[in-house]
Design a binder for this molecule. Structure first.
Ligand code: CMP
Length: 223
């Protein structure tokens, strides 16, 4: 795929006309990040906007005790790094490649020019609104549920965001490490391991190779 076709795969650019896509393609550069590469750190000055072509990016902040808190995982078609360019504040979080990742980057000035185009502004606002909704949901999870409820809720969220429905209606999704689940909800890996064993014993979840499958009662119990 050439740069223009790649840009078309990024949803916020899908409405741009051919001329705009062509000029954007000349400005965008590609960057490969091997697994665990830090794209940028929280609090750094931001000079670029990034779109994910392949792979996954983990967006994290550090707790006072040095523990990593995962705000979100982003995948192909998602973008990140827009906040520092929109409000001229430092990076609000760290971005790390969770697997081998292919990015398209736009320099600050080029992003700022593109962001004023009507279709892009509208698409940006929509995505930022969805992110705020999701963040509110996370606040609710963290503030109102005990640790057992949080583990169950984060599993359901991951299943809905990344999973696929099986023919029998159950949802199968990527089996994240216990550390990743723990870092999403501010608990320890040991606690997650214990809770997942409990859920498995109750028949609420089952592990199938590299996937977790939610049992038929899971959604009813924890949604
Ligand atoms: P920026 O602040 O430039 O750098 C960190 C990026 O992480 C930020 O832009 C957003 O793109 C992304 N980000 C920060 N917080 C969240 C969140 N709660 N949900 C999704 N993405 C986020």
């Amino acid at each position: 795929m050439d740069e223009r076709e790649l840009l078309r795969t990024v949803p916020i650019f899908s409405e741009l006309d051919e001329g705009d896509i062509t000029s954007l393609a000349q400005l965008a550069t590609r960057r490969h990040c091997a697994k665990d590469t830090v794209v940028f750190f929280e609090n750094e000055e931001g000079d670029s906007f990034f779109m994910i072509l392949e792979g996954r990016i983990r967006v994290t902040i550090l707790g006072d005790d040095g523990r990593e808190i995962i705000l979100t995982m982003l995948g192909p078609g998602d973008f990140f790094g827009e906040m520092a360019l929109l409000d001229n504040e430092p990076r609000s979080a760290t971005a790390i490649a969770a697997e081998d990742t292919e990015l398209l980057c736009l320099h600050r000035n080029d992003f700022q020019k593109v962001a004023t185009k009507r279709s892009i502004t509208a698409a940006l606002i929509k995505v930022l609104t969805q992110r705020l909704r999701r963040a509110n949901h996370q606040i609710q999870t963290l503030a109102l549920l005990d640790v057992y409820g949080r583990v169950a809720r984060v599993i359901l969220d991951m299943a809905k965001e990344e999973g696929r429905r099986l023919k029998d209606g159950r949802i199968a999704f990527r089996r994240a490490t216990h550390q990743e689940i723990a870092n999403r909800i501010g608990t320890t890996r040991e606690t997650v391991t214990r809770m997942l064993k409990d859920l498995e014993r109750q028949g609420m979840i089952s592990v199938d190779g590299r996937e977790i499958v939610l049992g038929p009662d899971f959604e009813k119990a924890f949604d």
